[in-house]
Design a protein around this ligand. Structure first.
Ligand code: KG4
Ligand code: ZN
Length: 340
């Protein structure tokens, strides 16, 4: 099946053409980051307006790069949620309109479902597996038994890991989003230089909490204003990164032991993080668990990742229920209710 996939849940307008949920013919991502950086974070109203301006050219570019026309497309898939409602509506309406005009099937999928299945665009994996999704909005552990069969094992009770990166980066005087820059500076820093907390580490649950870590960075910078430049900044970045990785590794190990899973998938924008990638590789080597982390281009927001669940649902005769709308929040355990 030749699918057109569309993603507009936050600050990236993306479209992709994917064959059989496997072969990426094109994947176009137009980022709004430069505009939102002026405001220190994503401004929802601006995001919607930018998506409106960009959606048609991005879709045209995706078709052109793939060497196909709209007439060749056999189905449309799009992020239905979670995300910013106004932003989601732009992609969702475009996808619905294309499907209706062309009389082809349409399915709205879960953004996180796309993230955790993105690795299938590189290699198909056997189920079940444990998935850690770490992005700007999510820090979740899922037991994945098949496409559409996800059980939430643990999640953050406050900030997501990416949110903690971006908020801490802002405190350190870096532009939005600062996750990748912290990662870069951390490479030249001492991870033991600044004592930072590992929230909820020993509470015996699979819950995460990152807001206290950000507050600890704030307090450190207030006491040591020189900590935001030179080697001290590198040290602070390395110490912060170590704290985040320690928590993610500890809870992932607990979840692997709890489920007995022999395979781990790490996904989402924070899965680009070099410290996390190497710490996960060490963990999985120690536990003799197979590890899959997609290439960085497939970790961040993109539309191609949506074609993995999209192709599966449409090929199995499932599509979005009539009259379905976008949803800013959406529980992964209730995806089936949106399908008919
Ligand atoms: O998955 P994503 O592109 O968008 C969401 O669905 O949220 O993730 C974006 C997040 C941002 O918080 C960004 O700072 C973070 O991923 N990020 C990183 C790195 N690259 C992106 N965080 C840490 N290290 C990185 N190398
Ligand atoms: Zn995302």
């Amino acid at each position: 099946m030749l699918l057109l996939a569309i993603e507009t849940s936050c600050d990236e307008t993306a479209a992709a053409v994917v064959r059989d949920g496997r072969e990426i013919l094109s994947s176009v991502v137009s980022s709004q980051i430069a505009i939102h950086a002026l405001y220190g974070g994503v401004v929802p109203e601006i995001a919607s307006r930018k998506h409106l301006e960009t959606i048609s050219p991005v879709i045209s570019q995706a078709l052109q790069t793939a060497g196909v026309t709209m007439g060749d497309i056999e189905g449309v898939t799009v992020t239905r949620g979670p995300g910013l409602s106004g932003a989601l509506l732009v992609g969702f309406s475009a996808a619905k309109a294309i499907a209706a005009a062309r009389r082809i099937p349409f399915v709205g999928v879960h953004h996180i479902e796309g993230h955790l299945l993105a690795v299938f665009l590189e290699q198909p994996l056997p189920f079940p597996f444990l998935a850690l999704v770490v992005s700007g909005g999510h820090t979740h552990l899922y037991h994945v038994e098949g496409i559409g069969r996800y059980t939430t094992l643990g999640r953050t009770i406050d900030d997501a890991a990416g949110e903690a990166y971006d908020k801490s980066a802002k405190i350190m005087g870096m532009p939005y989003p600062g996750g990748a820059l912290i990662d870069k500076l951390a490479a030249s820093g001492n991870p033991a230089a600044v004592a930072l907390p590992r929230p909820l580490l020993h509470d015996g649950s699979l819950r995460f909490s990152f807001s206290g870590l950000k507050t600890a960075v704030l307090q450190h910078v207030a006491k040591h204003p020189q900590a935001v430049s030179g080697q001290e900044l590198n040290d602070l970045c390395a110490s912060f990164q170590q704290a985040v990785c320690d928590v993610l590794i500890f809870k992932t190990e607990a979840a692997l032991k709890q489920t007995g899973a022999r395979r781990l998938v790490v996904a989402g924008g924070v899965a680009c993080n070099s410290g996390l990638r190497s710490a996960m590789a060490q963990l999985c080597a120690r536990l003799q668990v197979d590890l899959s982390i997609p290439a960085p281009a497939l970790c961040g927001d993109n539309a191609a990742m949506l074609a993995v669940p999209g192709d599966y649902y449409l090929s199995n005769g499932l599509a979005s229920r009539d009259g379905l709308d976008v949803t800013a929040t959406w529980d992964m355990d209730s995806i089936k209710e949106s399908l008919t």
